[in-house]
Design a protein around this ligand. Structure first.
Ligand code: ADP
Length: 382
């Protein structure tokens, strides 16, 4: 008999050692409060979490409260009262004997006066008469995670502030640059007209380059201004996408006629969204612009719905894009060709992406070089 007892005792000791190990590794201590005697028991790791190491003493609920920041101690007392009331209610209504409380973070003061953030979870245990007999709980040291999260939050706030600043700067700069540039464009045009009959070929060529540069810069500033404007004072409204695309095509009559493009539009949905004009416009213009030399562009525009989001598809039969550039083309100013091959500012797709992401949607491309490209974008159904 005594051998059997010894064996069981050994087993209990081993389990306790394993539990201690597990608690130490997870930095979780557990405590127990007997509601009849009001005696409190702390596990070894509880003493560790509270910074006492191997020191041991008799603990109590009051002593634990003393180790908390005063406001957290007040909050804990109030929570304890509220949780107990809820536990009694749950017993009355649903005969629940064990009532778990929601996790709560609080700050404890260590013996060396440093602070540590911990997370506590509790359980209120009742007997068959509905009396609270015991409250048990765990306290986990989450100080490092908390600090890391705080840091991350601070970085995010800073990042958001910097992004706003950059956008405001881009907006102000592009806005203010428009005026002097307009003067350069206008006067260089006037000068070019005057020089038309001038016999110096070189001077005419310089004039042409100046005008070309000014008009490119004007396009760039216009696109940049539009990019930095996205998100400002924008409101969602019901949009008939078929109607919108037809309006865009009407604006592009000359480009379509010159390129001999065939545009097929399937029935597109009516959706609640921000202004999608630039989105469709950029994708359609690109589908026509990046065409193969000897083949007229064919563009298909369609959409489907998964119930959660609309998926729009713009497919062309143009020059295609290599897989390694699938992501790069959506970055501002990134272009895959020389300006002399295909005109553009490299802002269109980044602007498109920005608008799609404002809706919580995604945009991506699937393509093969020489085989055309298919652009996909989603708009969540709101
Ligand atoms: P831009 O058209 O002004 O060059 P975008 O941001 O609209 O700028 O596009 C970025 C780049 O992505 C383009 O320069 C081009 O290399 C590539 N691209 C975009 N659309 C297509 C397309 N439909 N087919 C092939 N390449 C494309």
């Amino acid at each position: 008999m005594s051998e059997e007892l010894e064996f069981h005792l050994q087993q209990v000791e081993q389990s306790e050692a394993k539990l201690n190990d597990a608690q130490r590794l997870a930095r979780i201590g557990n405590w127990e409060m007997d509601m009849t005697t009001h005696k409190v028991h702390w596990s070894n790791e509880m003493f560790n979490v509270y910074g006492y190491g191997n020191e041991r003493f008799e603990v109590s609920f009051e002593k634990a409260l003393e180790r908390m920041l005063p406001e957290d101690a007040e909050r804990t007392k109030a929570r304890m009262k509220k949780n107990t009331e809820e536990a009694l209610q749950a017993f009355k209504e649903k005969s629940i004997f064990e009532f778990e409380t929601a996790p709560s973070n609080f700050t404890i003061i260590l013996p060396d006066d440093s602070r540590k953030v911990v997370q506590g979870i509790g359980k209120i245990i009742l007997n068959t008469n509905g009396h609270v007999t015991k409250i048990v709980g765990t306290v986990q040291d989450i100080n490092e995670e908390y600090k890391a999260e705080q840091k991350l939050n601070a970085y995010n706030i800073e990042l958001e502030r910097k992004n706003k600043e950059i956008e405001q700067f881009a907006y102000a700069a592009s806005h203010d640059l428009q005026e002097p540039l307009r003067s350069i464009s206008n006067f260089s045009k006037l000068l070019a007209e005057k020089l038309e009959t001038y016999p110096d070929k070189e001077m005419n060529e310089y004039m042409r380059l100046i005008s070309g540069g000014a008009s490119r810069m004007s396009n760039l500033i216009f696109d940049l201004l539009e990019y930095s404007r996205v998100g400002k004072d924008m409101a969602k409204r019901e949009t008939d996408c078929s109607k919108l695309v037809h309006e865009i095509l009407a604006d592009l009559t000359v480009v379509i006629a010159e390129s001999g493009a065939k545009i097929h539009i399937e029935k597109l949905p009516v959706i609640n969204c921000y202004d999608l004009k630039s989105v469709f416009q950029n994708l359609i213009i690109n589908a026509i612009k990046f065409r193969k030399k000897d083949i007229s562009p064919v563009v298909n525009i369609s959409a489907t719905s998964t119930g959660k989001e609309f998926l729009f598809i713009i497919k062309d039969n143009g020059i295609g894009i290599e897989k390694e550039y699938y992501d790069r083309i959506f970055i501002i100013f990134q272009r895959l060709h020389l300006r002399t091959q295909y005109a553009g500012t490299g802002i269109g797709l980044s602007l498109t992406k920005k608008i799609i992401e404002m809706h919580g949607g995604r945009i991506w491309v699937e393509s093969e070089i020489g085989e055309g490209s298919t652009f996909y974008f989603t708009i969540p159904i709101s």
